[in-house]
Ligand binder design. Structure first.
Ligand code: GLC
Ligand code: CA
Length: 589
């Protein structure tokens, strides 16, 4: 049931949409093969014309780039290959001049092992910085062999603990060995993070995306995790570090500063399925974070133990995840972040549809419609607005760059050197799920290297060879492109923001495995969003699904709304939906 408008909390960050930039692959301005901040500045009009309000810049700080900048060695400088702090100031200014805001990425669950704090910390047990990280003595098994303090698995394979010869203890790294976890129990760590937050807000940044922010408080007993995967000693310890005991205390510490600046915040929260727990962070009156990225819909194709094992899913699973979060946040004064893609995910057309190449555009537009008109703040990842797809099936392993994927591959080669079948399956799964899929350079034009970098330069990662057909230059000129369609969807969301930002959500035709349909309603204003998730033409009966009185078709993936009016408003009966067609109509409440 729609709420009375007096119970709805309006906020600028609810009405906004966000464009995510992954700097290494956005635009190279100086022909060294790596994207950079001046490159981003040169494309601000392109971003603005898409109709977004906020730009999120992925980590651009000084870093050894073991995990593409998520391993920070200095929070106050910018990586040389990306530019300087002055360049970021120009970027902030360029955004502000165009009425957009800029978010920085706050990565404070861990640092790089090259950060000065960690260099000090590993120097000796009595170093002033020892306590800034999580150090533990070894355990010994019955045979007297040295073992890590517990059985937690690292997100990038193997044990989450690394032995330090020099000081004879282990340190915790939930990610790569080179990404030691900070010890948030230690007050100076929290203080240091608060200073970083203020530094960038004082520079004019408008808020933060917060990396794995729900991992910062760990159960201080560091217990062994329950064994879920019997094939390995290393198990998921999320029970003891995802939304740990002191998380909300820590988030309120940062939240106070964010509130002071009226800053935007979105937290990344893997593993959490408990809506009530998320609500404790995002409820309007909590002042912790505005919204979180949850993972249920993007984990949908993972295998039972491992993302790189084959998995399968049904459209009704996807609908049900969304429905849970949509209804719950609406009813409880929370808020959702909406995304299909980011730098850790494959391309959405490949993950969420089976679209053949001829339906790329149709599927891309359909996905844009279904996502951005739900309740929440939509995020568009670079290249998604162009309908970019996964890396080619025939790409050699040498094209893959991501530590997550490569660690998996190297472990497989080490453990099963002759199992060619396992190798083949793993490679198929990399092409479907490796983070590399979202990391190929943005395709700006049909020029060599897709215009990402100079014609004679070898980019740090190859450009997807389909750039000759699929690129920004062509799409900006084509009113029927995915790029312009995204701008129409975001524009529609703004035009009818009572409905699409503040309205209730009702799933329609729940059991249908081929159609994704929902309504949004604010007071007596109601809209239907209807999508054909298949390559077939489908018949759909609005009346049989409780939809009455279609007043106006306000958006259609197959062309201007005017020409499609009569297909949906003319005399009752069945509607015929073309392959991957989506339509948005105002209907009787
Ligand atoms: C987040 C980032 C990912 C990174 C990891 C460790 O999940 O999005 O790219 O590897 O945290 O910082
Ligand atoms: Ca460059």
């Amino acid at each position: 049931m729609p709420k009375p408008s007096s119970q709805i909390h309006r906020a600028w960050w609810k009405e906004s949409s966000v464009y995510q930039i992954w700097p290494a692959s956005f635009k190279d301005s100086n022909d060294d093969g790596i994207g950079d901040i001046p490159g981003i500045v040169s494309k601000l009009d392109y971003i603005k014309n898409l109709g977004v309000d906020i730009v999120w810049l992925c980590p651009s700080y000084k870093s050894p780039q073991v995990d593409m900048g998520y391993d920070i060695s200095d929070y106050y400088s910018i990586a040389e290959e990306y530019g300087t702090v002055a360049d970021v100031e120009k970027l902030i200014q360029g955004c502000h001049e165009r009425g957009m805001k800029l978010l920085m990425d706050l990565v404070v669950n861990h640092t790089s092992d090259q950060h000065e704090w960690f260099k000090q910390s590993r120097r000796s047990k009595d170093n002033e910085y020892r306590n800034w990280y999580v150090w533990k003595p070894a355990r010994y098994d019955e045979q007297g062999n040295r073992q890590p303090p517990n059985n937690w698995v690292s997100h990038f394979q193997g044990s989450a603990w690394q032995w330090d010869e020099h000081t004879q203890e282990y340190y915790l790294h939930l990610y790569a060995t080179e990404q030691p976890d900070l010890n948030w129990e230690h007050p100076p760590v929290r203080q240091a993070v608060h200073e970083i937050v203020r530094f960038w807000l004082d520079k004019g940044a408008d808020g933060f995306r917060m990396d794995v922010i729900n991992f910062i408080s760990k159960d201080q007993r560091f217990p062994d995790a329950p064994v879920q995967d019997p094939r390995t000693p290393w198990q998921w310890g999320d029970k003891y570090y995802a939304n740990g005991p002191r998380l909300h205390e820590y988030l309120q510490g940062i939240g106070q500063i964010l509130t002071e600046y009226d800053a935007f915040s979105v937290g990344e929260m893997p593993f959490v399925k408990d809506t009530n727990e998320v609500l404790r962070a995002v409820r309007f009156d909590r002042h912790e974070i505005n919204m979180i990225f949850n993972f249920e819909h993007v984990d949908i194709d993972h295998g039972p133990y491992d993302k790189f094992e084959p998995g399968s899913w049904k459209l009704t699973d996807l609908k049900s995840f969304f429905e849970t979060w949509q209804k719950f946040m609406y009813e409880n004064d929370g808020w959702n972040a909406l995304y299909w893609e980011n730098h850790d995910q494959p391309r959405s057309i490949d993950r969420f549809t089976n679209a053949k190449e001829e339906y790329r555009t149709a599927a891309g537009k359909m996905l844009a419609t279904v996502l951005a008109l739900q309740s929440g703040t939509p995020f568009v990842y670079q290249g998604q607005e162009l309908g970019m797809r996964n890396v080619p099936v025939d790409w050699d392993m040498s094209e893959y760059k991501d530590i997550d994927c490569l660690n998996h591959w190297h472990r497989l080669l080490a453990h099963k050197p002759d199992d060619t079948e396992a190798h083949k399956i793993a490679r198929q799964e990399y092409q479907k799920k490796s983070r590399d899929n979202g990391r190929t350079p943005v395709q700006w034009s049909a020029a060599p290297n897709g215009g990402f970098t100079g014609p004679n330069v070898k980019p740090w990662m190859s450009v997807n060879p389909d750039f000759e057909r699929v690129n920004a230059e062509a799409q900006v000129q084509d009113p029927q492109s995915t790029y312009h369609y995204w701008s129409s969807v975001l524009g529609l969301r703004k035009k009818y923001h009572d409905i699409f930002v503040y309205g209730d959500y009702e799933l329609v035709d729940r059991a249908n495995e081929e159609i994704f349909a929902y309504t949004r309603q604010y007071e007596n204003h109601k809209a239907l969003v209807l999508a054909n998730w298949t390559e077939k033409t489908l018949e759909w009966d609005p009346a049989a699904n409780g939809i009455q009185g279609v007043q106006d078709v306000v958006l259609n993936t197959y062309g201007s709304a005017a020409s499609t009016q009569e297909r949906f408003t003319g005399g009752g009966g069945q509607w015929s939906l073309r392959p991957y067609e989506a339509v948005v109509a105002l209907v009787q409440a």
